[in-house]
Design a protein around this ligand. Structure first.
Ligand SMILES: NC(=O)c1ccc[n+]([C@@H]2O[C@H](COP(=O)([O-])OP(=O)(O)OC[C@H]3O[C@@H](n4cnc5c(N)ncnc54)[C@H](OP(=O)(O)O)[C@@H]3O)[C@@H](O)[C@H]2O)c1
Length: 339
């Protein structure tokens, strides 16, 4: 069993912990928090040993009825690999600690590529992650872009990508962020950072991205356009999406034309936390005009990177060296069913 620690038990960390616990070849040796919030109660209920960043706060947790197993260094001593899901910018400060304990580490997209020197997406560069000590799983938006670009590049060759990201303002449980009533160009300059971030995984891809933030919480929406080397039929593109283990076709017959309905659908399907781990690509939007492909895809920001973390764990520990096998194991353990 691969012993996995999760440093930072928030939006991403709690999902990674549950996904690890669901895998047949991994176990959660601990999760960490800085304060006794509701997530600490859930960790206790799930039976995950809880570690804290600062042992001086141990009394706060114990008074709240939450046992503390030790500090983050104690947690690292029990682990083969740590998934750092602390807030963006905090993770890089932890690198020295991981090196000190000789623990492999995975960071999230809130950190720069340089934190690990290697950025990961299961379908794009799994073999390059095998036996690595440090890896960064790219952000939710970059993950969604990498999946669709790689799938089209493999079959038709991608000349250029132009993509607009309509980003959620905050996560559903996040009361600190906005906007409340605005469309914020983020950034107002072009390109946004997402294109260069895709190039950390797919360096040969010519991509320009634009981004804005809107007052919603459930999902991001991408407007994607690609110029392809070969001209596909619309049916060929749809078949590729249907067969892809991390992309889901939002069928015309469902009548779904929004992120709200898509999340409701995921909830009705019985997905844990109504999570959509796959890109939600709207069937009706898939259009081929000459050698140009157009589509809309919805990205569940809280979920799509979770499955990528699981595959990165297998690659980095060298326990599975084939991407397709790991992706299949991950999806099966989570009960992935087609949307
Ligand atoms: N949310 C998304 O949509 C999303 C999507 C893709 C990638 N990401 C990336 O994933 C990473 C985590 O984001 P998130 O949204 O999950 O953040 P989050 O919800 O704020 O959770 C962060 C967690 O880290 C804990 N923490 C804070 N400081 C810590 C420290 N010094 N040591 C240990 N734990 C600490 C927090 O615990 P306390 O609450 O106890 O302080 C909290 O449990 C970021 O890099 C982010 O950019 C986020």
């Amino acid at each position: 069993m691969i012993r996995v620690a999760i440093n930072g038990y928030g939006t991403i960390g709690k999902r990674v912990a549950d996904a690890v616990a669901a895998q047949p070849d991994m176990k959660v040796v601990g999760v960490s928090k800085t304060r006794p919030s509701h997530e600490a109660y859930v960790a206790k209920q799930r039976g995950y040993p809880l570690y804290i960043a600062d042992l001086a706060k141990k009394g706060d947790f114990e008074r709240a009825g939450i046992p503390v197993a030790g500090d983050v260094e104690d947690m690292l001593k029990a682990a083969d690999i740590v998934v750092d899901a602390t807030p963006g910018g905090v993770g890089k400060k932890n690198r020295a600690l991981y090196e000190k304990h000789g623990v492999k580490a995975i960071w999230q997209g809130g950190e720069d590529h340089e934190v690990a020197g290697f950025s990961f997406n299961s379908d794009c560069n799994f073999p390059d992650a095998v036996n690595r000590s440090f890896t960064r799983v790219v952000s939710c938006n970059t993950t969604g872009l990498c999946r669709i670009i790689k799938a089209m590049d493999r079959e038709f060759g991608v000349k250029n990508v132009r993509a607009v990201m309509v980003r959620r303002g905050g996560d559903p449980g996040d009361i600190k962020r906005g906007p409340i009533d605005a469309v914020v160009l983020n950034p107002v300059t072009i390109p946004s950072h997402h294109g260069p971030d895709v190039q950390t995984v797919l360096p040969h891809v010519n991509i320009v991205t634009l981004a804005m933030i809107v007052p919603v919480t459930m999902m991001h929406m991408h407007v994607v356009q690609m110029d392809l080397e070969k001209t596909p039929t619309r049916e060929q593109v749809i078949q590729i999406i249907e067969r892809h283990p991390r992309m889901g076709l939002v069928r015309k017959s469902t009548g779904i034309t929004s992120t709200a309905e898509l999340k409701e659908y995921a909830m009705d399907l019985g997905r844990a936390r109504s999570d959509l781990w796959e890109n939600g690509i709207f069937e009706e939007s898939v259009s081929v005009i000459g050698n140009e492909l157009y589509l809309f895809q919805a990205i569940h920001q809280e979920a799509d990177v979770v499955v990528e973390n699981i595959d990165a764990i297998r690659a980095m520990t060298g326990t599975v060296t084939d991407a397709a096998k790991s992706i299949e194991m991950t999806n099966k353990a989570l009960g992935f069913t087609p949307i």
